[in-house]
Design a protein around this ligand. Sequence first.
Ligand SMILES: Cc1cc2nc3c(=O)[nH]c(=O)nc-3n(C[C@H](O)[C@H](O)[C@H](O)COP(=O)(O)OP(=O)(O)OC[C@H]3O[C@@H](n4cnc5c(N)ncnc54)[C@H](O)[C@@H]3O)c2cc1C
Length: 319
Amino acid sequence: MIDTDVIIVGGGPAGSTCAWKLGRENVNCIILDKKTFPRVKVCAGWITPKVVSDLEINLDDYPYSMVTFDKIYFHLYGRKIKFGTIQYSIRRYEFDAWLLERAGVPVYQHQVKNIIRQDDHYIIDDTYRCRYLVGAGGTYCPVYRTFFKEVNPREKLHLITALEAEFPYDIRNNECHLWFFENRLPGYSWYVPKGNNHLNIGIGGYFHKLKHNSDTIREQWDYFVNNLRRLSLVEDIPAKPKGYNYYLRQRVRIGQINKAYIIGDAAGLATKDMGEGIGPAVESGLLVADSILNGTPYSLRSITKSSIINILLAKYRYR
Ligand SMILES: Cc1cc2nc3c(=O)[nH]c(=O)nc-3n(C[C@H](O)[C@H](O)[C@H](O)COP(=O)(O)OP(=O)(O)OC[C@H]3O[C@@H](n4cnc5c(N)ncnc54)[C@H](O)[C@@H]3O)c2cc1C
């Protein structure tokens, strides 16, 4: 049996941030993740200046490519609107592995299946034992499933279904573009250039609204790709799109039960307006580390709930 103070299930941004903060205070902590890193994560990889600041990232020290956007183009009902801002793009394949390594805690490749609580401890698959348990396993997190699902049911109305592709590309337009509600998509689509000539394109929308319109995310993808071709932004798409579902923020009633916590997508914290989940994952990871370190209750109240206003204000806040 591997015995430790804290086990974090999931090594994405939520889990690695929590581990990074605990590790710096010399708390015995391990991460269990079903995948070995670097791993592919379906995500546009747009991050805000707040993420950079919360993670205390010195941009000069980041060893991979990070693109800075000083403006974003919003396309709305045929109109193209330019907003000055400061935002960044990273590749999740690189970023997540870097954060995990930087956390400096032991990482075990293990798919968590069974968790029980016994004598004030948590035991995972008869192999790992801890006093504090942090669920950072994304939408299908086993900590959420075991302890939080009944008290914190997720409403299907907040379920987002998304498709994206990331691939090497000879990018000619280096700006970030977002299209809202095109072709009656109940959501938005994006074109996000990355460093080293990689491109990420994708679409996401409310699952129940697509269903109500007898539409599918796949049909919306075909329309979107044709639109990119029409605009001469992309000619060929050399990669098949990958899909993922996740929940936008709803009223999360309970984030802590005894010494078990949920953070990031496991708690369903992505912002309501744009589905930005990396920032809330980082913020919740830091809050849970504080709670474990200081014995204070974990509250989700302060975590970023919307993105658009922060995009518009970023150029004033982060000069
Ligand atoms: C198409 C798409 C585009 C997106 N674009 C953006 C964007 O541009 N910007 C943004 O801020 N957000 C974006 N998001 C949301 C963002 O990706 C998530 O909110 C964010 O990754 C949440 O981080 P996390 O650490 O909570 O979970 P994850 O990053 O999903 O990490 C969870 C980890 O848990 C592991 N795990 C799962 N189950 C188990 C298990 N049973 N045992 C052990 N390990 C397990 C997984 O392997 C994974 O490594 C996007 C989402 C999608 C689907």
